[in-house]
Design a protein around this ligand. Structure first.
Ligand SMILES: Cc1ncc(COP(=O)(O)O)c(C=O)c1O
Length: 337
């Protein structure tokens, strides 16, 4: 797989950067590369969701992935491709969520030192989970931006490689293996619905689905309390927004350059609905489907239940339930009834 390919138009001698795009074969290679370390998570039928929506609905149960979300797929691919010299120096990221755990375990698999920067007020359970996967946790500042500054400083002072949570081509290729599994398990799928934070997951999944069947639709879901991708797509350029969502997988003020470009080319529609509706869907899935989903993962279900997935009746719809790392303390604190 090549990164940032440049094609030269011989007749006029002008170089045009070719936008980043991956084909099914690329994803097959990536899938084979990371296969020993991940699970092929199940695509489950759901009578409840099918009856409610009038479609044929299946859910990609990625909460059963190692580390409890899809976030290990991308780092595993990135580290497998990393030159030995960089591996020896180690990697760093900043996150208090699923990215931290994905990077930590993928680094351990590859025998790489991993440093994870978190804000000092990160929940003790998340710090413990990340340490449990073998990473060194550095606590710095009180918000993600400050922790991220610390990570950048470690890149400069210790030569660690920064692992971006979404705007990275090798990472996107890894996350997209989830889409490959969907089309392998259900080649006739018509619609795939994916949550969007920074856009890494939907970038990979949309390229995998479209290269399998260009007519299949890929629909993204954001919180309307922080629709960074929807705004940027509507504006035709990257926008930085005020982000009010409290759902951590969906909380991004500005999406990536690579992810924006991929979503522009491969995603058919982006829908948004408020946090409150997404929380209701979390409970709905736990109650009816008996699956534990975190907020971001419940967003596709919320969109379907609220009639936002505008496709012909009877369509074959796959919903990506991207993770199940629920902070049970938060869950106890909210009242839905
Ligand atoms: C469970 C889960 N789903 C979806 C997302 C959104 O993914 P992305 O930022 O790649 O768009 C995240 C991001 O952290 C997540 O943790």
């Amino acid at each position: 797989m090549t990164m940032a390919t440049v094609i030269v138009v011989a007749s006029v001698g002008v170089s045009t950067p070719k936008p980043f795009a991956l084909e099914l074969d690329d994803f097959r290679q990536v899938r084979a590369r990371i296969a020993p370390h991940i699970k092929h998570t199940p695509l489950l039928t759901s009578r409840q969701l099918s009856e409610r929506s009038g479609h044929d609905v299946r859910v990609k149960a990625e909460m059963f992935q190692r580390v409890g979300s899809y976030k290990i797929r991308g780092p595993l691919n990135k580290f497998a491709l990393m030159p030995d010299e960089l591996k020896r120096r180690g990697v760093v990221c900043s996150s208090a969520g699923n990215h931290a755990q994905g990077v930590a375990l993928a680094a351990r698999v590859h025998g790489i030192r991993a440093v994870v920067c978190m804000a000092a007020n990160a929940t003790p359970a998340k710090i413990a989970a990340t340490r449990g996967y073998g990473a060194e946790v550095v606590l710095h500042g009180t918000i993600w931006d400050e922790a991220n500054e610390k990570a950048k400083e470690l890149v400069r002072s210790e030569g660690l490689t920064y692992v971006h949570p979404f705007d990275d081509e090798q990472l996107i290729a890894g996350q997209g293996t989830l889409g490959l599994e969907i089309v392998q398990d259900w080649p006739e799928v018509d619609v795939v619905v994916v949550p969007i934070g920074g856009g890494g997951l939907i970038s990979g999944v949309s390229m995998a689905v479209k290269s399998h069947n260009p007519k299949a639709k890929v629909i993204g879901v954001e919180s309307s309390d922080g629709p960074a991708m929807k705004r940027s797509i509507a504006a035709g350029r990257l926008e930085t927004i005020d982000c009010g969502t409290i759902i951590d997988g969906l909380r991004v003020r500005r999406v990536g350059e690579v992810t924006f470009s991929v979503v522009q080319r491969f995603v058919d529609d982006i829908v948004a609905l408020p946090d409150r509706d997404i929380f209701d869907a979390m409970i709905w899935v736990m109650e009816r489907c008996k699956l534990v989903v975190e907020g971001a993962a419940a967003a596709p279900v919320a969109a379907l239940l609220h009639g936002l997935i505008n496709v012909p009746a009877g369509s074959r719809v796959a919903l990506v339930l991207s993770g199940g790392n629920v902070n049970l303390d938060q869950l106890r604190g909210l009242s839905w009834n």
